[in-house]
Design a protein around this ligand. Structure first.
Ligand code: ADP
Length: 511
């Protein structure tokens, strides 16, 4: 008789041991509430969560005393409701831990009932879920920042529309003078440029986060980068009458970099310095080179950066509250972009400020590394002196984009056919035999890639210059365009000069 009993005991002990292991692996404690005594017995782990001893059972009130007051009522109500309705008890709450941040726990329990339905008690587990809760909070915060970003983006995209609309109305008025019409055109051109810059930043940041932005590295003169950046930021600096000081090394410093991207970073910092400094401030940009490292610094006498904001400054969509009222708009992606671009160059960027109203300094450090540099792709050559007359086919379902481009090319002396659908593009190609086709990629009927393949298959389509014009400028879009037979790929909005320069270059090499 004794043998089976001991076997049973062994089995029970084994089960208990495994349960204990599983609970401890899951960082769980367990608890038992006895309805008779009204007391709760806690396992050592559960007791540890509450900062109590596991030896003596405690009342529910005593435990609630350790719970964050705003959570305590909920734990009591949920517990009682579970017993009343014979449902499982599941609750998340915070336990106070002295001066430290509270501990987030999740408790689950199930009632134990007598045959007559009387409540005998409840048995359950308790688990530390602080990590998950913090991750959840971080996600909510980033979601909130994204929502705020979308609202800002809508606002920033709408801003340039008001002057454009007004300029169009004025330019259309029969009473407008020639001078007023010229002014309208300048306004439209400037505002369109603003929108394009904004969208470029957005596309760049998405390329950086997806790791698809490629640098065009070349041996670059430091001075020319600084000069290009200053030229871009100059209107913003002058508009607020800031005094700009530029300090460059006397000797020529050459570094391996993508000059356009570095100038973009620097002009971004300079524009920020102008934006976040009250009129008549001082802005400085300096460059030094020592021990194979180039250090660029942009200083201002502006509103400064409070210490609490330093940590998130280079994060996406990050805008300092106090700075917001005093900026002239922005999406909060400029610094994230700057950081991404500098890091792609193998460098680092940091901000320093003595605090609010004490000015700021942004410091970039870049390795010089001219030796192992990859050579850059050749930029598009400038327009040839003598423009060639081309027969051009434009296919784009955005009628305004297509018609306006056609008008520009006609003004340059080219012969242009416009269609707005993929199938029409193929018919027009057969009928007009163009030597150049500008094809939008997303179009009804056939898409740009399909049209390009059809054209390349035709005997008279081998030598045609095919140009993809799309809203997507990712590297894999470009690769897809090349694979489909395109010679060139342009991202919208296309600079008209870039297209006219390309057309002036003569026929493309045959595909
Ligand atoms: P944006 O300027 O579009 O808001 P950025 O990413 O360029 O976005 O900058 C993020 C935030 O950093 C700004 O909103 C501003 O609060 C702060 N900031 C950037 N540059 C400066 C500066 N030179 N002085 C003070 N604050 C700055």
């Amino acid at each position: 008789m004794s043998a089976p009993l001991s076997a049973n005991e062994d089995r029970l002990r084994d089960i208990a041991h495994r349960l204990q292991l599983a609970m401890s692996a899951g960082e769980m404690g367990d608890w038992v509430w006895d309805a008779n005594t009204g007391l709760m017995s806690l396992s050592p782990r559960a007791a540890e969560f509450f900062g109590m001893s596991p030896d003596a059972p405690v009342s529910r009130e005593q435990l609630r005393g350790r719970v964050l007051p705003e959570d305590a009522v909920r734990t009591r109500l949920d517990f009682d409701r579970a017993l009343l309705e014979h449902t499982d008890y599941r609750v998340e709450f915070r336990i106070l831990r002295g001066r430290g941040a509270p501990l987030w726990v999740s408790a689950m329990g199930r009632g134990v009932y007598a045959d007559n339905g009387n409540v005998m008690g409840m048995i359950g587990i308790i688990q530390d879920v602080t990590r998950q809760k913090l991750a959840e909070e971080a996600l909510l915060e980033s979601d909130r920042r994204k929502d705020e970003f979308l609202a800002t983006l809508a606002h920033e995209l709408r801003n340039p529309l008001a002057p454009i609309r007004q300029a169009v109305v004025i330019a259309q008025s029969p009473n407008a003078t020639d001078a007023q019409r010229d002014w309208c055109h300048e306004v439209i051109s400037r505002q369109v440029q603003n929108m394009a810059l904004l969208l470029d930043d957005l596309l760049d940041i998405s390329r950086i986060t997806r790791g698809t932005l490629a640098l065009r590295m070349q041996a670059t003169d430091l001075t020319s980068i600084v000069e290009a950046a200053v030229e871009t930021a100059r209107p913003a600096i002058d508009a607020k009458r800031h005094v700009l000081t530029v300090q460059l090394p006397a000797e020529r410093v050459e570094l391996a970099a993508d000059p356009m991207r570095l100038a973009q970073v620097l002009s971004n910092l300079l524009t920020n310095a102008a934006k976040y400094t009250d009129p008549d401030g001082r802005i400085g940009v300096s460059a030094t080179s020592r021990d194979g490292v180039v250090t660029l610094s942009v200083t201002d006498t502006g509103i400064g950066i409070p210490p609490h904001a330093m940590g998130s400054l280079f994060g996406m969509f990050s805008q300092v509250k106090s700075g917001k009222d005093r900026s002239e708009g922005g999406l909060g992606i400029g610094l994230a972009l700057a950081k991404g671009l500098v890091e792609l160059h193998g460098g680092s960027i940091e901000a320093q400020s003595a605090g609010t109203e004490r000015g700021s300094e942004f410091i970039i450090r870049l390795p010089i590394r001219t030796q192992q540099m990859r050579l850059a792709e050749q930029p598009i050559r400038p327009a040839a002196e003598i423009a060639l007359r081309r027969r051009v086919l434009i296919a784009d379902d955005n009628r305004d984009a297509a018609e306006s481009l056609a008008m520009l090319l006609q003004m340059e002396g080219h012969e242009v056919t416009v269609v707005h659908d993929g199938r029409e593009a193929v018919t027009a190609f057969e009928k007009t035999r163009p030597d150049t086709a500008l094809l939008d990629i997303g179009m009804p009927g056939l898409n740009g890639y399909e049209i390009a393949r059809l054209i390349r298959r035709a005997p008279h389509g081998r030598d045609i210059t095919l140009i993809a014009v799309t809203g997507w400028g990712q590297d894999n879009d470009k690769a897809q365009a090349t694979e489909a037979g395109f010679n060139h790929h342009f991202t919208k909005p296309v600079e008209p000069d870039a297209i006219t320069a390309l057309l002036a270059r003569g026929p493309a090499p045959g595909k």
